[in-house]
Write a protein that binds this ligand. Structure first.
Ligand code: GLN
Length: 295
Protein backbone atom coordinates (compact mmCIF):
# COMPACT_ATOMS: atom_id res chain seq x y z
CA UNK A 1 0.00 0.00 0.00
CA UNK A 2 1.37 3.40 -0.94
CA UNK A 3 1.90 5.80 1.93
CA UNK A 4 -0.61 8.60 2.42
CA UNK A 5 0.63 12.02 1.26
CA UNK A 6 1.33 14.33 4.19
CA UNK A 7 2.28 11.59 6.62
CA UNK A 8 5.61 11.06 8.34
CA UNK A 9 6.35 8.02 6.16
CA UNK A 10 5.58 10.00 3.03
CA UNK A 11 8.18 12.67 3.86
CA UNK A 12 10.68 10.09 5.04
CA UNK A 13 10.46 8.26 1.72
CA UNK A 14 10.60 11.40 -0.43
CA UNK A 15 13.63 12.62 1.55
CA UNK A 16 15.39 9.28 1.26
CA UNK A 17 14.86 9.29 -2.51
CA UNK A 18 16.19 12.83 -2.75
CA UNK A 19 19.33 12.04 -0.75
CA UNK A 20 19.84 8.87 -2.76
CA UNK A 21 19.70 10.85 -5.98
CA UNK A 22 22.36 13.15 -4.55
CA UNK A 23 24.52 10.09 -3.79
CA UNK A 24 24.53 10.46 -0.03
CA UNK A 25 25.88 7.14 1.28
CA UNK A 26 23.20 6.05 3.81
CA UNK A 27 20.17 8.05 2.69
CA UNK A 28 17.48 6.29 4.72
CA UNK A 29 19.47 6.31 7.96
CA UNK A 30 20.33 9.99 7.59
CA UNK A 31 16.74 10.90 6.70
CA UNK A 32 15.58 9.09 9.82
CA UNK A 33 18.16 10.76 12.11
CA UNK A 34 17.26 14.20 10.83
CA UNK A 35 13.54 13.63 11.26
CA UNK A 36 13.67 11.93 14.65
CA UNK A 37 15.89 14.71 16.02
CA UNK A 38 13.55 17.36 14.60
CA UNK A 39 10.50 15.74 16.19
CA UNK A 40 12.33 14.97 19.43
CA UNK A 41 11.61 11.26 19.06
CA UNK A 42 14.01 8.33 19.41
CA UNK A 43 14.73 7.04 15.89
CA UNK A 44 13.04 3.72 16.53
CA UNK A 45 9.81 5.52 17.49
CA UNK A 46 9.40 6.78 13.93
CA UNK A 47 8.32 3.28 13.03
CA UNK A 48 5.23 3.43 15.21
CA UNK A 49 4.33 6.91 13.92
CA UNK A 50 4.38 6.37 10.15
CA UNK A 51 0.79 7.54 9.71
CA UNK A 52 1.23 10.71 11.76
CA UNK A 53 0.68 13.89 9.71
CA UNK A 54 3.51 16.45 9.85
CA UNK A 55 2.69 20.11 10.44
CA UNK A 56 3.65 22.71 7.81
CA UNK A 57 6.38 23.99 10.14
CA UNK A 58 7.83 20.49 10.56
CA UNK A 59 7.73 19.92 6.82
CA UNK A 60 9.59 23.18 6.15
CA UNK A 61 12.24 22.53 8.78
CA UNK A 62 12.70 18.96 7.63
CA UNK A 63 13.12 20.11 4.04
CA UNK A 64 15.82 22.58 5.11
CA UNK A 65 17.68 19.81 6.91
CA UNK A 66 17.47 17.45 3.97
CA UNK A 67 18.74 20.13 1.61
CA UNK A 68 21.71 20.76 3.93
CA UNK A 69 22.49 17.05 4.04
CA UNK A 70 22.22 16.84 0.25
CA UNK A 71 25.03 19.42 0.18
CA UNK A 72 27.09 16.96 2.25
CA UNK A 73 26.81 18.75 5.57
CA UNK A 74 27.29 16.01 8.20
CA UNK A 75 24.18 15.01 10.17
CA UNK A 76 25.88 15.91 13.47
CA UNK A 77 26.44 19.51 12.35
CA UNK A 78 22.81 19.78 11.25
CA UNK A 79 21.43 18.47 14.54
CA UNK A 80 24.22 20.10 16.59
CA UNK A 81 24.95 16.98 18.58
CA UNK A 82 26.69 13.64 18.50
CA UNK A 83 26.37 10.56 20.69
CA UNK A 84 29.69 9.49 22.17
CA UNK A 85 30.17 6.48 24.46
CA UNK A 86 27.35 6.84 27.02
CA UNK A 87 27.02 10.56 26.44
CA UNK A 88 25.85 13.10 23.89
CA UNK A 89 27.87 16.22 23.18
CA UNK A 90 27.14 19.50 21.41
CA UNK A 91 29.11 19.91 18.20
CA UNK A 92 29.46 22.72 15.71
CA UNK A 93 31.67 23.30 12.72
CA UNK A 94 34.28 24.63 15.16
CA UNK A 95 35.04 21.12 16.39
CA UNK A 96 35.71 17.72 14.94
CA UNK A 97 32.74 15.34 15.09
CA UNK A 98 33.73 12.67 17.62
CA UNK A 99 34.56 9.38 15.93
CA UNK A 100 33.86 5.79 16.99
CA UNK A 101 37.62 5.11 17.24
CA UNK A 102 37.86 7.83 19.86
CA UNK A 103 35.12 6.13 21.84
CA UNK A 104 37.36 3.08 21.84
CA UNK A 105 40.22 5.15 23.26
CA UNK A 106 37.97 6.28 26.10
CA UNK A 107 36.75 2.75 26.62
CA UNK A 108 40.30 1.41 26.78
CA UNK A 109 40.96 3.59 29.81
CA UNK A 110 37.52 2.97 31.31
CA UNK A 111 38.17 -0.78 31.26
CA UNK A 112 41.35 -0.16 33.26
CA UNK A 113 39.69 1.93 35.91
CA UNK A 114 40.79 -0.38 38.70
CA UNK A 115 44.40 -0.55 37.51
CA UNK A 116 44.44 3.23 37.20
CA UNK A 117 42.96 3.75 40.65
CA UNK A 118 45.62 1.45 42.11
CA UNK A 119 48.44 3.07 40.12
CA UNK A 120 47.44 6.57 41.23
CA UNK A 121 46.02 6.11 44.73
CA UNK A 122 46.00 9.83 45.56
CA UNK A 123 43.50 10.54 42.77
CA UNK A 124 44.05 10.98 39.08
CA UNK A 125 44.89 14.20 37.23
CA UNK A 126 44.11 13.99 33.52
CA UNK A 127 45.00 16.24 30.59
CA UNK A 128 43.08 16.02 27.32
CA UNK A 129 45.41 17.67 24.84
CA UNK A 130 43.72 18.95 21.63
CA UNK A 131 40.35 18.52 23.30
CA UNK A 132 37.99 19.78 20.56
CA UNK A 133 34.41 19.15 21.67
CA UNK A 134 35.82 17.80 24.94
CA UNK A 135 34.49 14.33 24.21
CA UNK A 136 37.53 12.49 25.60
CA UNK A 137 38.24 14.50 28.73
CA UNK A 138 34.62 15.09 29.69
CA UNK A 139 33.77 11.40 29.25
CA UNK A 140 36.76 10.40 31.37
CA UNK A 141 35.70 12.91 34.00
CA UNK A 142 32.40 11.05 34.28
CA UNK A 143 33.73 7.51 33.90
CA UNK A 144 36.89 7.61 36.03
CA UNK A 145 35.95 10.28 38.59
CA UNK A 146 39.45 11.80 38.58
CA UNK A 147 40.49 14.70 40.83
CA UNK A 148 40.98 17.02 37.92
CA UNK A 149 40.59 17.08 34.15
CA UNK A 150 42.32 19.76 32.10
CA UNK A 151 41.12 20.38 28.56
CA UNK A 152 43.26 22.38 26.17
CA UNK A 153 42.89 23.27 22.54
CA UNK A 154 44.49 25.85 20.28
CA UNK A 155 41.03 26.93 19.10
CA UNK A 156 39.13 29.34 21.33
CA UNK A 157 35.85 28.34 19.73
CA UNK A 158 36.54 24.67 20.43
CA UNK A 159 37.13 25.51 24.09
CA UNK A 160 33.79 27.39 24.15
CA UNK A 161 32.04 24.29 22.78
CA UNK A 162 33.71 22.04 25.35
CA UNK A 163 32.62 24.42 28.12
CA UNK A 164 28.98 24.04 26.99
CA UNK A 165 29.45 20.29 27.12
CA UNK A 166 30.87 20.45 30.64
CA UNK A 167 27.89 22.63 31.68
CA UNK A 168 25.47 20.18 30.12
CA UNK A 169 26.76 17.44 32.43
CA UNK A 170 27.37 19.86 35.36
CA UNK A 171 31.04 18.91 35.57
CA UNK A 172 32.91 21.08 37.99
CA UNK A 173 36.38 19.53 38.32
CA UNK A 174 37.37 20.57 34.82
CA UNK A 175 39.73 23.37 33.75
CA UNK A 176 39.98 24.84 30.28
CA UNK A 177 42.90 26.46 28.48
CA UNK A 178 43.18 27.92 25.01
CA UNK A 179 46.71 26.76 24.38
CA UNK A 180 49.08 25.63 21.70
CA UNK A 181 50.25 22.33 23.21
CA UNK A 182 51.26 23.11 26.83
CA UNK A 183 52.37 26.71 26.20
CA UNK A 184 49.55 28.40 28.14
CA UNK A 185 49.18 25.86 30.92
CA UNK A 186 50.29 26.98 34.40
CA UNK A 187 53.95 26.03 34.91
CA UNK A 188 53.38 23.73 37.83
CA UNK A 189 50.59 21.57 36.36
CA UNK A 190 51.56 17.89 36.09
CA UNK A 191 49.42 14.89 35.19
CA UNK A 192 49.09 11.19 35.88
CA UNK A 193 47.34 10.51 32.60
CA UNK A 194 47.51 12.42 29.33
CA UNK A 195 45.18 11.58 26.46
CA UNK A 196 45.11 13.05 23.00
CA UNK A 197 43.49 12.74 19.64
CA UNK A 198 45.64 15.31 17.84
CA UNK A 199 45.41 16.16 14.16
CA UNK A 200 47.22 13.32 12.42
CA UNK A 201 46.31 13.25 8.74
CA UNK A 202 49.15 14.41 6.48
CA UNK A 203 48.12 17.23 4.12
CA UNK A 204 49.13 14.93 1.26
CA UNK A 205 46.12 12.68 2.04
CA UNK A 206 43.61 15.53 1.68
CA UNK A 207 42.69 14.39 -1.80
CA UNK A 208 41.41 11.05 -0.47
CA UNK A 209 39.11 12.56 2.14
CA UNK A 210 35.38 12.62 1.45
CA UNK A 211 33.70 15.99 0.89
CA UNK A 212 31.52 15.76 4.03
CA UNK A 213 34.72 15.94 6.07
CA UNK A 214 36.81 18.16 3.83
CA UNK A 215 34.22 20.87 3.31
CA UNK A 216 32.78 21.03 6.82
CA UNK A 217 35.15 19.81 9.53
CA UNK A 218 37.91 22.07 10.88
CA UNK A 219 41.15 21.41 9.02
CA UNK A 220 43.09 22.49 12.07
CA UNK A 221 41.70 19.45 13.90
CA UNK A 222 42.43 17.02 11.09
CA UNK A 223 45.56 17.82 9.14
CA UNK A 224 49.25 18.32 9.85
CA UNK A 225 51.83 19.45 7.33
CA UNK A 226 54.69 17.53 8.91
CA UNK A 227 53.52 14.68 11.11
CA UNK A 228 56.94 13.97 12.66
CA UNK A 229 57.84 17.52 13.59
CA UNK A 230 54.33 18.15 14.97
CA UNK A 231 54.56 15.03 17.11
CA UNK A 232 58.06 15.88 18.29
CA UNK A 233 56.65 19.08 19.80
CA UNK A 234 53.63 17.23 21.14
CA UNK A 235 55.78 14.53 22.79
CA UNK A 236 58.01 17.26 24.31
CA UNK A 237 54.94 18.86 25.90
CA UNK A 238 53.68 15.52 27.15
CA UNK A 239 57.06 14.61 28.59
CA UNK A 240 57.29 17.91 30.47
CA UNK A 241 53.83 17.46 31.93
CA UNK A 242 53.61 13.75 32.72
CA UNK A 243 54.54 12.65 36.24
CA UNK A 244 57.05 9.79 36.59
CA UNK A 245 55.26 6.54 35.78
CA UNK A 246 52.42 8.48 34.13
CA UNK A 247 50.37 7.16 31.25
CA UNK A 248 50.04 8.68 27.79
CA UNK A 249 47.49 7.38 25.32
CA UNK A 250 47.16 8.86 21.88
CA UNK A 251 45.02 8.19 18.84
CA UNK A 252 47.00 8.23 15.63
CA UNK A 253 47.46 7.23 12.02
CA UNK A 254 48.12 3.48 11.64
CA UNK A 255 50.57 4.11 8.79
CA UNK A 256 52.84 6.29 10.94
CA UNK A 257 52.43 4.67 14.33
CA UNK A 258 55.75 2.78 14.22
CA UNK A 259 57.69 5.89 13.27
CA UNK A 260 55.95 7.82 16.02
CA UNK A 261 56.70 5.09 18.53
CA UNK A 262 60.39 5.20 17.52
CA UNK A 263 60.39 8.97 17.90
CA UNK A 264 58.80 8.75 21.35
CA UNK A 265 61.35 6.17 22.50
CA UNK A 266 64.19 8.36 21.26
CA UNK A 267 62.77 11.15 23.43
CA UNK A 268 62.83 8.95 26.53
CA UNK A 269 59.36 7.43 26.74
CA UNK A 270 59.13 3.80 27.88
CA UNK A 271 56.74 0.80 27.74
CA UNK A 272 55.35 1.46 24.27
CA UNK A 273 52.30 -0.49 23.23
CA UNK A 274 50.31 -0.30 20.03
CA UNK A 275 46.61 -0.91 20.60
CA UNK A 276 44.28 -2.10 17.84
CA UNK A 277 40.95 -0.47 17.05
CA UNK A 278 37.88 -2.54 16.24
CA UNK A 279 38.86 -2.68 12.55
CA UNK A 280 42.14 -4.26 13.66
CA UNK A 281 44.17 -1.19 12.75
CA UNK A 282 47.03 -0.04 14.97
CA UNK A 283 45.26 3.15 15.99
CA UNK A 284 46.38 3.93 19.53
CA UNK A 285 49.84 4.42 20.97
CA UNK A 286 50.38 3.91 24.68
CA UNK A 287 53.51 5.28 26.32
CA UNK A 288 54.81 5.95 29.80
CA UNK A 289 57.41 8.07 31.48
CA UNK A 290 59.91 6.20 33.61
CA UNK A 291 58.76 5.64 37.13
CA UNK A 292 60.80 7.10 40.02
CA UNK A 293 61.51 3.63 41.33
CA UNK A 294 63.20 2.33 38.21
CA UNK A 295 66.97 2.68 37.90
N1 GLN B 1 39.55 15.42 21.13
C1 GLN B 1 38.57 15.70 20.14
C2 GLN B 1 38.09 14.41 19.53
O1 GLN B 1 38.63 13.39 19.78
C3 GLN B 1 39.12 16.64 19.07
C4 GLN B 1 40.27 16.06 18.34
C5 GLN B 1 40.88 17.04 17.37
O2 GLN B 1 40.42 18.18 17.26
N2 GLN B 1 41.88 16.59 16.68
O3 GLN B 1 37.13 14.37 18.80
Amino acid sequence: MAEQPGTLLYYLKRSTEFLEKKEIPNPRVDAEWLLSDLLGLPRIKLYSQFEMPLSQKEIDLYRERIVERSKRKPVAYITGKKGFHQFEYFVSEDVLIPRPETEELVDYLFKQKETLTNAFPDGIQIWDLCSGSGCIGLSLSQLLKPNLVVLSDISEKAIETSKSNADKYKLTDVQFYVSSLDNSLPNDLRFDVIVSNPPYIPESEKKDIMPDVLEYEPHLALFVSDILSFHRDLFDSVKRRLKPGGWFLMETHPTYIQELENLAISLGFVSPKKVLDSSNKERFLFLQTESKFES
